[in-house]
Design a protein around this ligand. Structure first.
Ligand code: GLN
Length: 195
C-alpha cells in the first residue's frame, strides 16, 4: 500500500515517519503523476491558506478534488482538516478547500487564549485515550448527516467535534504525527484505506 503525503507546505516529514512506522510505503507527493498513483493521501498540518494557494498554483486542486470524489482515502490533520471540509467558515481571500466531508469548519477556532494546548481524548474506534496536540486548530462548526463524529472536546460547556469521518475521508483538528503515537495513522490505514 502506497500513501502519499501532500508536500506543498506543512509537517510532511512527521506524517511520512508515522506512516512508515505503520508499515506502508509513504512518499511526499506534489506532482500530478504522483497523486494519480497513490492508494491514499495525507494532507498535513501547516497553513491551509498556503496549501490552498500552492495547490492552485501547481494545478493540483482539480485533480485532488476529483480523486477525493472518486473515493480516494484521505486523511487531513489540522490545516488538512480545513482542506477536506466542504465549507470554511472564515476563509482567507481566494482560499478554497478540496472538499470531501460535508461540514463547516472554523479556522483558529480555539481563539488566542487556548491557541495551542494538549488534551487526552476518547476516539471512537481506538482503544484507550489519545493525547491530542492542538496548534491554532480548527473545529467542526456543523456537519451533515453523512458525517460521523469520532472525537470531541468541550470548551466553555460546549462540545465541538475535533475528529470526524465521512466514508473514505478522515479529519482531525489535532496532530497525532507529533506525539509518536501512531494509532490514528493506523486507523486511517486499516479502517479507511482497508489494508
Ligand atoms: N490555523 C491553521 C490554518 O488555518 C492550521 C494550523 C495547523 O495546521 N496547525 O490553516
Amino acid at each position: 500500500m502506497h500513501i502519499g503525503v501532500l508536500a506543498l507546505q506543512g509537517d510532511v516529514r512527521e506524517h511520512l515517519e508515522a506512516l512508515t512506522r505503520c508499515g506502508v510505503q509513504a512518499t511526499p507527493v506534489k506532482h500530478a503523476e504522483e497523486i494519480e498513483r497513490v492508494d491514499g493521501l495525507v494532507i498535513p498540518g501547516g497553513e491551509s491558506t498556503t496549501i490552498s494557494k500552492l495547490a492552485v498554483a501547481f494545478g493540483l486542486d482539480g485533480l485532488i478534488r476529483q480523486r477525493i470524489k472518486a473515493g480516494l482515502p484521505v486523511y487531513g490533520s489540522c490545516a488538512g482538516m480545513i482542506m477536506v471540509a466542504s465549507n470554511i467558515k472564515d476563509p482567507a481571500s481566494n482560499q478554497e478547500s478540496f472538499g470531501g466531508i460535508d461540514m463547516v469548519v472554523r479556522r483558529n477556532a480555539f481563539g488566542r487564549q487556548v491557541d495551542s494546548f494538549e488534551s487526552d481524548l476518547e476516539f471512537k474506534g481506538i482503544e484507550g485515550s489519545i493525547r491530542a496536540v492542538f496548534i491554532r486548530a480548527p473545529w467542526v462548526e456543523s456537519l451533515g448527516p453523512s458525517v460521523e463524529i469520532l472525537a470531541s472536546v468541550e470548551v466553555d460547556g460546549e462540545t465541538h467535534p475535533v475528529a470526524v469521518r465521512s466514508e473514505r475521508v478522515l479529519a482531525t483538528s489535532f496532530h497525532p504525527e507529533l506525539t509518536g503515537d501512531d494509532r490514528v495513522h493506523r486507523y486511517f490505514i486499516d479502517e479507511i484505506c482497508g489494508r
